[in-house]
Design a protein around this ligand. Structure first.
Ligand SMILES: O=C(O)CCC(=O)C(=O)O
Ligand SMILES: [Fe+2]
Length: 340
């Protein structure tokens, strides 16, 4: 495998370029064993300049006055929409264990439909909406490439996943999320977290991080937390980054785990205040990819999936009815945010 292993957990790094014929099986292997994988950001990735520009926009946004962000707050949207700005103190990703809310702010941006974003945007981002939509498109194409590779590895029709994520066909729960974790001077060890332990809801998540801003951890099968590097080719902080683009982190979400009868793993993760960098802010950008709302989560017609599902007894039916992607998302949102 064209992969390097990082110090602690060994999340594989895979090149999806045409030169790597083993990419599908490597991807499947990473998805079933770790639930997390780094993808080299080359021609088939997301342009590095666009990533850097969106981080700049994100910094400008979160530095804007609270009143401006408040105008587009998640609470001002229709219940269940999951779009808009979340102020610090609102979200607790692990309510069962966390004493305090996540120390973060976020802006959730839903998909554009017929070229239009479906929510009010902060004024400061208005001149950049074209760039944001373009970024969503690049992320979506990147996800579709991953789905094609997964379909090849699972030996199913090439378009099986991509057709169910074809956003020209209808709305989905897909969200582009800008995240800001401010530094705080009085972090209480063992109490304060930037993001509590959770797994993601959708099919796959694409995560962009910045050099020198570590903090993401995943839960290993032994129950221990392991740090995820910013740059798996460099040290844990990503400090020694060369001119090469950072690999892009991808993880499997709950929906894809359920859809594949548990074969692909949705791994629990969290964001901590790393000891060495306690005084620095962290910015990240996540693209939570979901199938079309109407997509039925009938079992993936792959032998490997069927065999695994039989072993685990996992299914996506409720009272004999197959869930749609929207049903699945609403179940998870209700459980996390008490949205009715
Ligand atoms: O900011 C990060 O690194 C991870 C964020 C995350 O896991 C989430 O928002 O679901
Ligand atoms: Fe997450």
């Amino acid at each position: 495998m064209s992969s390097l292993l990082n110090t602690e957990i060994g999340i594989p790094v895979i090149d999806l370029g045409p030169g790597n014929r083993d990419a599908p099986s490597q991807l499947l292997d990473a998805a079933t064993n770790y639930g997390f994988v780094f993808i080299e950001n080359n021609d088939s990735g997301v342009p590095t300049q666009d990533i850097s520009d969106l981080f700049d926009l994100s910094k400008t946004l979160f530095a804007a006055p609270v009143e401006e962000k408040q105008k587009v707050s998640i609470g001002s949207n229709q219940a269940g929409k999951n779009h808009g700005w979340l102020s610090r103190g609102i979200e607790k990703l692990d309510p069962a264990t966390q004493q305090r809310a996540d120390v973060k702010e976020a802006l959730n941006i839903g998909e554009h439909q017929n070229g239009e974003l479906q929510q009010p945007m902060p004024q400061i981002l208005e001149p950049h909406i074209g760039d944001i939509k373009h970024f969503q498109d690049s992320c979506h194409e990147f996800c579709q490439r991953i789905f094609e590779h997964l379909a090849a590895a699972l030996d199913i029709e090439s378009g099986w996943f991509t057709s169910r994520h074809n956003r020209t066909k209808g709305p989905s729960g897909t969200v582009l999320r800008l995240l800001y974790y401010p530094h705080v001077d009085d972090v209480e060890d063992g109490v304060d977290l930037r993001a509590g332990a959770h797994s993601d809801f959708g099919s796959i998540t694409v995560l962009f991080q910045l050099p020198g801003q570590p903090g993401l951890e995943i839960k290993t099968p032994s129950g221990k937390w392991a740090a995820v590097p910013v740059d798996p080719h460099s040290n844990m902080n990503g400090d020694a980054q060369t001119n090469r683009a950072l690999p892009i982190l991808v993880n499997i979400g709950d929906l894809l785990e359920d859809w594949t009868g548990g074969l692909l793993k949705s791994t629990v993760h969290r964001v901590i205040f790393p000891q060495s960098e306690e005084k620095s802010d962290r910015y990240s950008i996540a693209y939570f990819c979901h199938p079309l709302d109407d997509a039925e989560l009938a079992p993936v017609p792959s032998k490997a999936v069927q065999e695994h599902a039989t072993r685990t007894g996992k299914s996506n039916t409720r009272d004999g009815k197959v869930l749609t992607a929207k049903d699945h998302l609403m179940e998870r949102l209700e459980a996390t945010y008490s949205i009715k």
